[in-house]
Design a protein around this ligand. Structure first.
Ligand code: IPM
Ligand code: MG
Length: 370
């Protein structure tokens, strides 16, 4: 029996607790059936943390996150907290975890399952077999740059400022992750910025090219402007494999990529820090979708993105790629059997609730492992 893995589970707000409930069943299944066990601590984040403690994440939870082998994060936010002061908004809890844990590399794969080809907003031939990876820089850029804020200029006039900032080392460390991922995938990288308008974008382009020339001469790099990349993702997504970009452009382009797959409810993500001397790296896994307050508590949420996020944890934090594949195969089979949550419902398919989707996944795991 291998030693137990420490998991911090942060369900958060909205549909977060519902989708996390289903992933807990998948984790229990692994606990029961396979030689890997998990020690799970559950904590508060987002609006629920604000209600309990007046802050969207407590120092204690941040500390627990630093001590765990992986964090599973649901979703944060909701209309109830929309008018809170900026510094205590639910989203700040997530941003603080990303920043304090140093999770600079955000992997957002967009994979189209055969069963969902018709749910994509693009024609089937454009998305069949699509498997691309958006790599978003997650702890720098305009999300964290200084100066920032809103200044009163008098007479009702105000000045709002945010700043895009990158250093060479920040560009290089996310660039290295991109090239290393490309080596295990199709072997080329698209780097995306606005080098035609932003000095920081021009620097990004030059530093990426220099890194590639110096450390990864065998990997072709293509530079693309962010507006063109948005257009190309819709025109011919299969031209991409690994797309590396800044925090803000990655936020936007990963939503575009999500839509290619037919549903935001399908997309997982991994946020990774730098490995320490022992090779251990802090990590947080979360679905790309948000807290969806409009459907929260109704059993309509799709738990698949959350479950696939756990599969990414098995792959990137626990070095259990076969177990990750087991979950991914289970998901593909359940979709092929025609079960659909509301967000991916199509004619002729069977509409199921969040928990019924979880039942089907666990049953499928049983069959696959038999
Ligand atoms: C995401 C989300 C977050 C972001 C929000 C919730 C702060 O949109 O993870 O893509 O903007 O990074
Ligand atoms: Mg986003």
């Amino acid at each position: 029996m291998a030693s137990n893995k420490r998991l911090l589970v942060l369900p958060g707000d909205g549909i977060g607790p519902e989708v996390m409930g289903e992933v807990r069943r998948v984790i229990d299944w692994f606990d029961r059936r396979r030689a890997v066990g998990f020690d799970i601590i559950e904590g508060l984040v987002g609006g629920v943390s604000y209600e309990a403690h007046g802050t969207p994440v407590t120092d204690e939870v941040v500390e627990q996150a630093m001590q765990s082998d992986a964090v599973l994060f649901g979703a944060v936010g909701g209309p109830r907290w929309d008018n809170l002061n900026f510094s205590v908004k639910p989203e700040r809890g997530l941003l603080r975890l990303r920043k304090d844990m140093g999770l600079f590399a955000n992997l957002r794969p967009a994979v189209v399952f055969d069963g969902l080809i018709d749910a994509s907003s693009l024609k089937p031939e454009l998305v069949r077999g699509l498997d691309i990876l958006i790599l978003r820089e997650l702890t720098g850029g305009i999300y964290f740059g200084e100066p920032r804020g809103v200044e009163e200029l008098g007479d009702g006039e105000r000045r709002g400022v945010n700043t895009e900032v990158y250093t060479t080392s920040e560009v290089e460390r996310v660039g290295r992750v991109a090239f290393e991922l490309a080596e295990k995938r199709k072997g080329f990288v698209h780097s995306v910025e606005k080098a035609n308008v932003m000095e920081s974008g021009q620097m990004w382009r030059e530093d990426m090219q220099a890194l590639r020339d110096r450390e990864f001469p065998g990997i072709p790099i293509h530079h693309m402007y962010a507006d063109n990349a948005a257009m190309q993702l819709l025109r011919w997504p299969k031209q991409f494999d690994v797309l590396v970009t800044s925090n803000l452009f990655g936020d936007i382009l990963s939503d575009v990529a999500a839509m290619l797959t037919g549903s935001l409810g399908m997309l997982p993500s991994a946020s990774l820090g730098a490995p320490d001397v022992s090779g251990r790296r802090l990590a947080l896994y979360e679905p790309v979708h948000g807290s969806a307050p409009d459907i929260a508590g109704q059993g309509k949420a799709n738990p698949i993105a959350m479950v696939l996020s756990f599969a990414m944890a098995l792959r990137y934090s626990f070095d259990l790629p076969e177990d990750a594949v087991l979950i991914e195969t289970g998901v593909a089979k359940v979709l092929a059997s025609g079960l659909r949550t509301d967000d991916i419902m199509q004619k002729g398919m069977t509409r199921v609730s969040t928990t019924a989707m979880g039942d089907a996944l666990v049953e499928e795991l049983d069959k696959l492992a038999a």
